[in-house]
Write a protein that binds this ligand. Structure first.
Ligand SMILES: Cc1cc2nc3c(=O)[nH]c(=O)nc-3n(C[C@H](O)[C@H](O)[C@H](O)COP(=O)(O)OP(=O)(O)OC[C@H]3O[C@@H](n4cnc5c(N)ncnc54)[C@H](O)[C@@H]3O)c2cc1C
Length: 596
């Protein structure tokens, strides 16, 4: 039987390379839940076995049940019925039913609501496999962040109201933020929230581009303070779908056809306030979007993995000029670059999740009344830094993974040539599906804006210094020297950019973030090449295998040496001082054209 976990040695290797026991300890807080809940683990080993069991069965479901239905769902799409309800593709109902039965719809929710209390790392592994099978499905599966937001910020009554049915898969949710005049700039949201004399809240207005807006549970951001025009005037609300929630249209779009994108009109819809007034955008939606950015990183990764596999398979069997095309140097180069980009994204995503899980777990330690006061004090101190690392790595992974998905999906079509452009092969769907990943949950430009702050304020430097402290083995010495020199380049560029002000920083933000990401990626590959864990992995044909650590060393060498040239190119651009994008914009761009 096919299995998207079992057939992926990189996932297996990374999960063993990382300290899952430490994450389990943080999540389970002394394994105190085991006495109360059958599903809660009694110790770290129990927890890790449980992670593997769930991922393994989900991997099989994705490979055997979801992936074979993906093409059909893409063709069928969703339909808005005259009564205002949305008809999903037939197979989507069956798949959501299977996922509910597999009890994976509340992966990170606490045991007490029927969740699995898994770290976000395991949700990302799941999201990748689901997306590899069907990127549209991942949108619905991945919206588990809505439940997390309710769990983090709502009061107990709302948690009890919404979470059990989200965890058991009876309900799905939607994140209702975007409006016609408020996309990247969510502070501009206008949808009104107001109270009646009894204190009941209502929401009125139009939201657009809402994924799964036909879901049962809606989290809506609206302006509760009409006199405050920025983000401080926004609050977060929840409600079930009801006759006052009208789906006005479904978007007709390029990809993710099986994921309904809805325009919603709220007609004085009764809602509940989540958490405190005015913290809607600045606290709750920021947290919600950070989780969702990790989710979309995994979505991009799943698409990239699927697109790479189809290209690798095709290149081995397609013959031109008397042999398989994989023997041709440009095709080899493409395939190797695709594979390394996929593994770079996975390394970065898992690392971001590890840090985010530490943040979540450390908060639990601080809130746990049984925690030792000395530990709480120590944890509070470390948490400040961990929060900054999480805030930096989250936009970085979103940027890298989703750009990777687009590039790899495009390269996959290149490898398949004309056949890749036809609907006969799934790579045209991967290409279409990938395109949204670097738009929603904040475009790539917005991820760069978020990440660059942390490169210029010293967070990247501190984090890289921590990465450099790992217990590396001698085989990486030369590579570490290059990374050290690259770090000095980063410092030089940061200084130069800071001296030139905010516009210059925005102009060269991507180059600067690229430098930081390439250094981080280099260290992560070196760590994998020096891992305490090793396993054999299949290479080439005839059942040949090699050590995964040796394979990772080969990747680290190629990656770091190539990135070294790219970092130099970024440095030259940054230090050029060129501001032609500002100064010569009108001259080069010409007048705004009149469109026919
Ligand atoms: C299929 C789909 C599903 C979606 N699902 C949801 C959902 O479930 N819930 C939800 O609330 N929203 C959803 N969205 C909305 C999505 O998050 C927004 O489309 C996205 O944030 C971009 O906003 P916009 O489309 O208004 O583009 P704009 O904000 O108009 O951006 C246009 C261009 O300007 C650039 N730009 C804007 N501001 C800056 C800046 N400060 N610096 C640099 N560049 C900038 C952008 O990068 C982009 O290139 C979805 C969108 C789509 C297409």
């Amino acid at each position: 039987m096919a299995n998207f976990y079992k057939d992926n040695d990189d996932i297996k290797f990374l999960l063993n390379h990382m300290d899952l026991g430490e994450l389990a300890d943080l999540m389970e807080q002394g394994y105190k839940y085991a006495e109360q809940f059958d599903t809660a683990p009694a110790n770290a080993q129990d927890a890790i076995e449980n992670y593997e069991l769930v991922i393994d069965s989900l991997g099989q479901l994705c490979a055997d049940f979801v992936a074979p239905r993906s093409e059909e769902m893409d063709h069928e799409g969703n339909e808005l019925l005259p009564d205002g309800s949305v008809k999903r593709p037939k197979a989507m109902y069956e798949i959501l039913d299977q996922l509910a039965k597999a009890q994976v719809m509340g992966m990170t929710l606490p045991h007490r609501f029927g969740g699995l209390n898994f770290p976000s790392l395991m949700l990302s592994v799941a999201n990748e496999m689901v997306s590899r099978a069907d990127a549209s499905l991942m949108n619905i599966f991945g919206l588990q962040g809505i439940a997390e937001t309710i769990n983090f910020f709502a009061d107990e009554e709302l948690k009890q109201k919404y979470l059990p049915d989200l965890a058991n898969g009876k309900h799905t949710g939607a994140m209702v933020l975007t409006e016609p005049d408020a996309g990247s700039d969510l502070q501009a949201c206008k949808v009104k929230a107001f109270q009646d004399a009894d204190g009941q809240w209502y929401v009125h207005g139009v939201k657009r581009f809402i994924t799964n807006g036909c879901g049962e549970v809606l989290l809506i951001m609206a302006r509760s303070e009409p006199e405050i025009s920025d983000g401080r005037g926004l609050s977060l609300f929840s409600c079930y779908k009801s006759p006052t929630v009208h789906i006005r249209r479904l978007e007709d779009k390029l990809g993710i056809h099986a994921s309904p994108t809805c325009e919603i009109f709220f007609d004085n819809t009764p809602v509940e306030l989540v958490g405190e007034r005015q913290r809607g955008l600045i606290t709750y939606v920021m947290a919600l979007m950070n989780g969702a950015r990790i989710g979309i990183s995994a979505q991009g990764l799943g698409i990239g993995e699927a697109a790479y596999r189809i290209a690798r398979d095709y290149a081995a069997s397609r013959e031109q000029f008397g042999g398989p095309i994989e023997k041709l140097p440009p095709i080899r180069d493409l395939l190797i670059n695709m594979k390394i980009s996929v593994e770079e994204s996975r390394s970065l995503l898992y690392e971001a999740c590890r840090v985010v899980d530490h943040e979540i777990g450390m908060n639990k330690t601080i809130e746990n009344p049984d925690s030792d006061p000395a530990l709480v004090k120590e944890t509070k101190k470390r948490l400040r830094m961990i929060k900054r690392y999480a805030a930096m790595l989250t936009p970085m992974t979103k940027y890298i993974s989703t750009e990777m998905a687009n590039q790899v999906a495009s390269d996959s079509i290149s490898v398949l040539g004309g056949s890749g452009y036809m609907r006969d092969y799934a790579c045209e769907r991967y290409f279409r599906d990938a395109r949204i990943t670097n738009i929603y949950e904040g475009t790539t430009q917005l991820q760069v804006v978020a990440a660059v702050r942390h490169v210029t304020n010293g967070t990247a430097e501190k984090y890289i210094a921590e990465l450099a402290e790992y217990d590396y083995e001698p085989q990486t010495v030369e590579l570490l020297e290059i990374l050290k020199a690259n770090t000095e380049t980063m410092q030089e560029c940061v200084k130069f950019i800071k001296e030139r002000g905010i516009d210059y920083m925005d102009l060269y933000g991507r180059d600067l973030v690229d430098i930081a990401v390439k250094i981080i990626g280099g260290y992560l590959f070196c760590q994998q090449a020096c891992s305490k864990f090793d396993m054999q992995t299949a290479v080439g044909k005839n059942g040949k295998t090699m050590s995964m650590k040796e394979r990772k060393l080969a990747i680290a060498k190629r990656y770091i040496n190539r990135c070294n040239f790219e970092i130099e190119a970024c440095r030259k651009r940054i230090l050029s001082g060129c501001k032609s994008s500002f100064e010569l914009y009108e001259e080069i761009a010409g007048p705004v054209p009149e469109l026919a």
